[in-house]
Design a binder for this molecule. Structure first.
Ligand code: IMP
Length: 422
């Protein structure tokens, strides 16, 4: 943690790296925890005081009593889902009103954005992105089209602005021939969500964050999704719609590049992906099924099976470069405890050509592996590095060397005690 700096905690592959488990290692050190991109497509599963919460839009600092939590301008927010998420936390006794600030510049996801998300996906036929259906893409498109509604809009003449945008969406849907939908119940709940949001601190969060930094306070930028789902650097078009990389922290919170301190890159000891799109390390065999089963790799938002494979050094090196990762956090190491051989994707190959750089289109490339011996030892009871079986120490050292970045936090089990700091 650096005073007067923004540290970033970023998923550096396809999201779902398990940030939720380590946030409580991170959040107590910071004064402010801020989300800078994405919306309710995220699902950070956090177990706090024995109760499980799935945070979609609200930063994870909400569980620590003295932290300010910010939903930044780079985020998109659905009032109805926000209300459901916030009320669950309020019911569980967490005080949100004084500690959760929402940027007036964040964009609103309308019920009709969700219909448009479904309609665009349906129109794509076999090229579906496999979105979470939360209206993320249409909302960011609207932002780029300069026709969107922002959180600050709910403070004045909102009904007029809402009706006008909704009518525009209905017109688009009519043109697409996508008319079989009914949002009336959803819309009522959404409008209640808008009322509810009005009772929160809606502010110029970029000014608030910069003032806090000038006072020497520390900020944790909590990423969502992952680098390979970034709109610019991910596996386009099979990506989300925002900049999930470290550059997105600057634009999504309104902080300068000079204010960035440490960049923590989270990855799993293996790879997963939800939704469609290229995934060269994907395993279609029993090993993939075993990783899914042992690692409980099912989507937190949609419940879909996650596609599973071995760790991908091509993707990780690329992500470390794009984000300027200074420290790595490796999650779910214990999921590989029973495998006799651990494979590592070291390069991609196509037509006899090998590359270790991320290609423009990974779809036509195949993974090239190196095999390492498995540790075949239960890691879940380990509490310090000197207890590591040799094969596991070797795996960690191999990754650090190949990635030229230290792995400073290792997770060896689902419980927060099963986290080893190095
Ligand atoms: P969208 O963000 O809902 O538009 O979905 C675009 C793609 O990103 C789909 O493949 C989703 O499955 C994926 N995606 C979006 N959010 C997450 C996340 O938090 N974790 C993992 N995948 C995600």
């Amino acid at each position: 943690m650096n005073k007067g700096k923004v540290d970033a905690l970023l998923g550096i592959v396809f999201g779902d790296e398990g940030k939720g488990k380590v946030v409580d290692v991170f959040t107590p050190k910071y004064d402010i925890v801020a989300r800078f991109a994405g919306g309710p497509n995220a699902g950070h599963t956090i177990i706090f005081e024995g109760k499980k919460f799935v945070l979609r839009s609200i930063p994870s600092g909400i569980f620590s009593p003295d932290k300010i939590n910010i939903i930044g301008n780079g985020c998109v927010i659905a009032p109805d889902l926000f209300m459901a998420e916030a009320q669950e936390l309020e019911t569980a006794g967490y005080d949100l009103r004084s500690r959760l600030h929402i940027s007036k510049r964040a964009h609103l996801i309308l019920p009709t954005h969700r219909v448009l998300d479904r309609a665009y996906e349906a129109a794509k036929g076999k090229n579906k992105v496999g979105t979470t259906g939360k209206g993320i893409g249409p909302t960011y498109s609207e932002k780029a089209s300069r026709t969107g509604l922002r959180v600050g809009d709910i403070l004045e003449n909102f009904d007029e602005k809402y009706q006008s945008l909704k009518a525009r969406h209905e017109e688009i849907l009519r043109h697409m021939g996508y008319t079989d939908y009914d949002i009336s119940a959803e819309e009522q709940q959404w409008l209640r969500g808008v009322e509810y949001m009005r009772t929160f601190t809606l502010s110029d969060t970029e000014i608030e964050i910069n003032r806090a930094l000038a006072e020497g306070k520390s900020v944790l930028a909590e990423g969502a999704q992952g680098t390979m789902l970034d709109i610019d650097h991910g596996t386009y078009p099979y990506v989300s719609s925002s900049n999930t990389v470290c550059g997105g922290v600057c634009t999504g919170l309104g902080v300068s590049p000079q204010s960035i301190g440490e960049v923590f890159g989270i990855f799993k000891a293996y790879s997963t992906r939800v939704g469609a799109g290229p995934f060269p390390v994907e395993l279609f065999d029993e090993t993939g099924d075993r990783i899914r089963e042992i690692g409980h790799e099912y989507g937190a938002v949609t419940g879909r099976n996650r596609r599973c494979g071995w760790v991908d050094l091509v993707a990780l090196r690329y992500a470390i470069m794009i984000n300027g990762v200074t420290q790595l956090v490796m999650m779910k190491s214990d999921v590989l405890d029973t495998f006799p051989v651990i494979r590592v994707c070291v390069a991609y190959e196509k037509d006899g050509v090998r590359t270790s750089d991320m290609p423009f289109d990974t779809a036509s490339w195949q993974a090239v592996y190196e095999d390492l011996p498995g540790w075949q030892t239960d890691l879940t009871g380990l509490t310090s590095e000197d207890q590591f079986p040799k094969a596991f120490s070797d795996y960690v050292a191999y990754l650090e060397k190949a990635l030229n970045t230290p792995i400073t936090i290792l997770s060896v089990g689902p419980d927060r005690a099963q986290t080893i700091m190095r």
